[in-house]
Design a binder for this molecule. Structure first.
Ligand code: UDP
Length: 240
């Protein structure tokens, strides 16, 4: 897989089809692996945190989740032309899983949310085998790990926010033995309708961030990294 690198962080040059092909490959390989969604916020966090940077770069696949990554690629002569968002990849993995019989486990979010998302996904993708759900506010980690292992999923989605979910996955994935682990942030909340995604037209012109800013203004600090990221990429400001 060809990767582009922005401020030290790898991003795969892929579209949705390539991502799904890689998912199939990872699952048939059976080796515990993880997929991570890359956006400017994570890249900027990784500037000050070398272990996070190494963690992101160690993923089997880094999907171009944020519009900032697509803009950076255009400016720097790269070839990433469209986003592969975490939530769309998750939905597509569920669709493929329903067809191919992959077993899916949903970990994370507030109590009840993963179950709600599971019900909706099973209706949306008939035949989808969700083998377990668990909220993301547990105390006994070993018990959760045993619970997941006992259901032997092929795919484990982890919705505990970033980078917490990525650290959790890399710390535990060998113990879990799940071929495909993927952090999905607030996706279950979106699937359940607790959080609304921007309308399609806003996503298609790269303004999903503006919609989120209006709906969740307290996130402005997290979003303010987008222009800083682009300036750094464009003018080559060195990492401190
Ligand atoms: N969450 C969780 N455990 C925690 C902290 C957060 O399960 O200890 C969940 C939270 O309920 C929410 C998701 O993680 O469903 C975080 O969503 P957010 O949109 O903040 O994700 P991000 O934008 O960081 O990817």
């Amino acid at each position: 897989m060809i990767r582009e690198n922005y401020l030290g962080v790898d991003v795969c040059r892929i579209d949705m089809k390539d991502a799904l092909d890689e998912v199939d490959r990872i699952i048939s390989n059976r080796k515990p692996s993880f997929v991570v969604a890359i956006n400017p916020e994570k890249i900027m966090k990784a500037q000050k945190d070398e272990s996070l940077r190494n963690l992101l770069n160690s993923a089997s696949m880094q999907i171009p989740d944020g519009v900032g990554v697509v803009i950076a690629s255009r400016f720097k002569g790269g070839k990433i032309r469209s986003r592969v968002t975490g939530i769309e990849l998750m939905e597509n993995i569920c669709k493929v899983s329903a067809k191919k019989g992959y077993r899916v486990f949903l970990l994370g979010a507030k109590p009840g949310v993963a179950e709600g998302a599971s019900d909706i996904l099973k209706k949306r993708y008939p035949g989808l085998n969700i083998v377990g759900t668990r909220d993301g506010y547990f105390k006994d980690e070993d018990e959760v790990i045993e619970n997941i292992k006992a259901s032997s999923p092929d795919v484990l989605f982890v919705a505990m926010g970033s980078p917490k979910q990525e650290y959790w996955i890399t710390k535990n994935m060998d113990k879990l033995g799940v071929p495909l682990c993927m952090g999905v942030g607030g996706s279950y909340d979106v699937i359940c309708g607790n959080i609304k995604r921007a309308p399609k037209w806003m996503c298609s012109i790269g303004l999903e961030w503006l919609y989120r800013l209006i709906k969740e203004p307290w996130r402005y600090k997290r979003m303010a990294v987008l222009p800083v990221f682009l300036l750094k990429v464009l003018f080559g400001v060195k990492r401190k």
